[in-house]
Design a protein around this ligand. Structure first.
Ligand code: T5A
Length: 212
């Protein structure tokens, strides 16, 4: 069994995942735990190359099944090159998005179905799952307003209509309801420090209750 712990952060656009990944790594360092921050799609050289290909504009929109295969190929590299070696040496791994993004976006939002996504995931990862998954939940408009305020180039999903983002929000909440042990839903409308405090409580639980 891996010695480290694997924590993922999920949620819609602008929910504050990247911000909280940084704060989580700092919170773990204060507990004397080595933690690494990583992200999907990406997290190692090959997976970052796939991310550029996938999010790049040169091929227009990808077919959704092709997209699933690209994401899973990147994820396999990420697992083999970054996540599993870190867990094996006892580090904690904090990932900005993981398979639940694919379940919500491609599985539910884009209609591939959860069974297809879960089957593809089993091929690349077997029964491996995060120990803990935080869903940063906030109203769709608040997340999109944050993204607009940041004024970077919008990515393809940020351009989708509000109904698509509402579907995603509900998808995440449904995933959480189906697996309440693994998922913790956090109110992401609070300040970054307040959200971080909510996460911290669950870190303590993970720290003290999982087998060494
Ligand atoms: N995708 C991804 C799939 O379709 N399938 C998959 O399997 C995977 C893995 C890119 C796209 O890829 C899709 C989903 C996405 O559409 P991404 O790079 O993670 O994925 O892009 P985003 O989700 O859009 O990530 P962002 O970095 O853009 O948003 P975050 O990480 O949620 O938010 P963050 O921390 O960068 O903050 C956004 C802004 O809000 C502020 C920050 O300062 C920043 O300006 N902020 C707050 N403001 C007020 N209160 C708070 N609590 C705040 N926290 C942060």
């Amino acid at each position: 069994m891996a010695k480290g712990r694997f924590i993922t952060l999920e949620g819609g656009e602008g929910a504050g995942k990247s911000t909280q990944v940084t704060l989580l790594v700092e919170a773990l360092a204060r507990r004397g735990i080595e933690a690494i921050a990583t992200r999907e799609v990406g997290g190692c050289a090959g997976a970052e190359d796939i991310r550029r290909l996938w999010l790049g504009k040169e091929h227009g929109f990808w077919d959704t099944m092709t997209e699933l295969m690209l994401i899973m190929a990147a994820r396999r590299e990420h697992l083999v090159k970054t996540i599993w070696p870190a867990l094996e040496r006892g580090a904690w791994v904090i990932s900005d998005r993981f398979v639940d993004s694919t379940r919500a976006y491609q599985g539910i939002g884009q209609g591939l179905g959860l069974a297809v996504v879960d089957e593809a995931y089993r091929l690349i990862a077997g029964e491996f799952k995060p120990d803990l998954t935080f869903i940063l939940d906030l109203p769709v408009e608040s997340g999109l307003a944050r993204m607009r305020a940041r004024a970077t180039e919008t990515d393809r999903f940020e351009q989708q209509d509000t109904a698509f983002h509402e579907t995603l929000r509900k998808a995440y909440l449904d995933l959480a309801a189906a697996e309440p042990q693994r998922f913790k839903v956090v109110n992401a409308t609070a300040t970054p420090a307040e959200v971080s405090q909510q996460l911290d409580v669950f870190l303590d639980v993970l720290f003290y209750t999982l087998p060494a």
